[in-house]
Ligand binder design. Structure first.
Ligand code: PEP
Ligand code: MG
Length: 323
């Protein structure tokens, strides 16, 4: 299948109506890096840093992490890499972390909540990222932000580390961009100031969907019960696009659904201009985007929502079949 799309690798994902969608890849292992060139991805839209923490028996040292992140940036050859800070929770227990006994770990002490309560590890990770980026742009993304003050705190922590590294005489990144993952519905309704503080926002659709539909993403019984083309979810996405457009914040979608062609063209029609997915999905998604008139699709979607359709999947699928 990869061969089938090889001819598209160096072509842009430009729709029939002339809108270009940037296609990025998700990564987390060093083994993922060669795909950056072979898939034609424009960068890494989500680098999951927890994998390096999960595969060790001790907290990695700052120097070790800095070398690793520098290696990622070397391989990216100037393409942007959005490093997501540690996203662990009591479901992804680190071998060296005291297990938490929580009834609902997905809604428990995880990600940025841990980072802000136990700042030592987050500080160390931020220092490693700053040291890795020397002379290159650095993109840092905070996971599982639920309300504005968490982002403010994390942002302040990063700025403090930059000042500290500078004081110590370390070379600086050429540019620092800071963003948040939007993966809880509450963040879509955060004050304007939150959006104004973000250099970019990325929708973590896996978690966003889990919390929007109250359906555990790990539970086989309910996992696939709710569709991201459900018009209620699409209304939430429309709200997110509007909030980001108003604040002029670049927006991407980096959950698994971004790599499914029908979902991808629907999100693009709703206004997402960047999608980040596993490398193997880039070819099929690009192939479909290049065949579709996104503004015509948007009219089809708006009409369906106006008519009270509960789900866009049959409508988008039928329309695509007629193109
Ligand atoms: C998400 O929640 O959609 C996401 C991209 O992050 P993860 O799957 O690592 O939680
Ligand atoms: Mg997530």
């Amino acid at each position: 299948a990869q061969k089938r799309y090889a001819g598209l690798r160096d072509l842009p994902a430009t729709s029939v109506c002339g809108t270009t969608i940037q296609l990025y890849m998700n990564a987390g292992l060093m083994a993922d890096l060669p795909s950056l060139a072979s898939s034609g991805a424009e960068g890494v839209g989500l680098f999951r840093t927890e994998l390096q923490f999960l595969t060790r028996t001790h907290v990695p040292r700052r120097g070790e992490l800095a070398a690793l992140y520098a290696h990622v940036l070397d391989n990216a050859q100037g393409k942007p890499v959005m490093f997501r800070t540690l996203d662990i929770g009591s479901d992804k227990v680190l071998p060296y972390m005291k297990p938490q006994d929580e009834p609902n770990p997905a809604m428990g002490w995880r990600a940025i909540r841990v980072g802000l309560d136990k700042r030592g590890v987050l500080r160390m990770q931020l220092q490693a990222l700053i040291r890795a980026a020397v002379g290159r742009p650095l993109h840092v993304m905070f996971p599982f932000v639920t309300e504005m003050h968490e982002y403010e705190e994390a942002h302040r922590l990063l700025m403090e580390q930059i000042a500290r590294e500078q004081r110590l005489g370390h070379a600086m990144p050429s540019d620092v961009r800071v963003g948040a993952m939007l993966e809880t519905p509450s963040l879509a309704f955060a004050p304007k100031k939150f959006f104004a503080m973000c250099d970019f926002i990325s929708v973590g659709g896996n978690d966003l969907k889990q919390f929007f539909f109250a359906a555990d993403r790990e539970n086989e019984r309910v996992r696939r019960r709710y569709d991201s083309l459900n018009t209620s979810f699409i209304a939430l996405l429309e709200q997110i696009v509007r909030r980001c457009d108003e604040a002029h914040v670049p927006l991407s979608f980096c959950g698994e659904d971004a790599g499914r062609p029908i979902e991808a063209v629907t999100f693009a029609a709703m206004g997402f201009r960047r999608l980040s997915m596993r490398p193997a999905s880039i070819g099929p998604v690009k192939h479909l985007i290049r065949r579709v008139d996104l503004s015509a699709l948007r009219r089809v979607i708006d009409d369906a929502r106006e008519a009270g359709e509960p789900n866009l999947r049959p409508i988008v699928t039928d329309w695509l079949a007629r193109q």
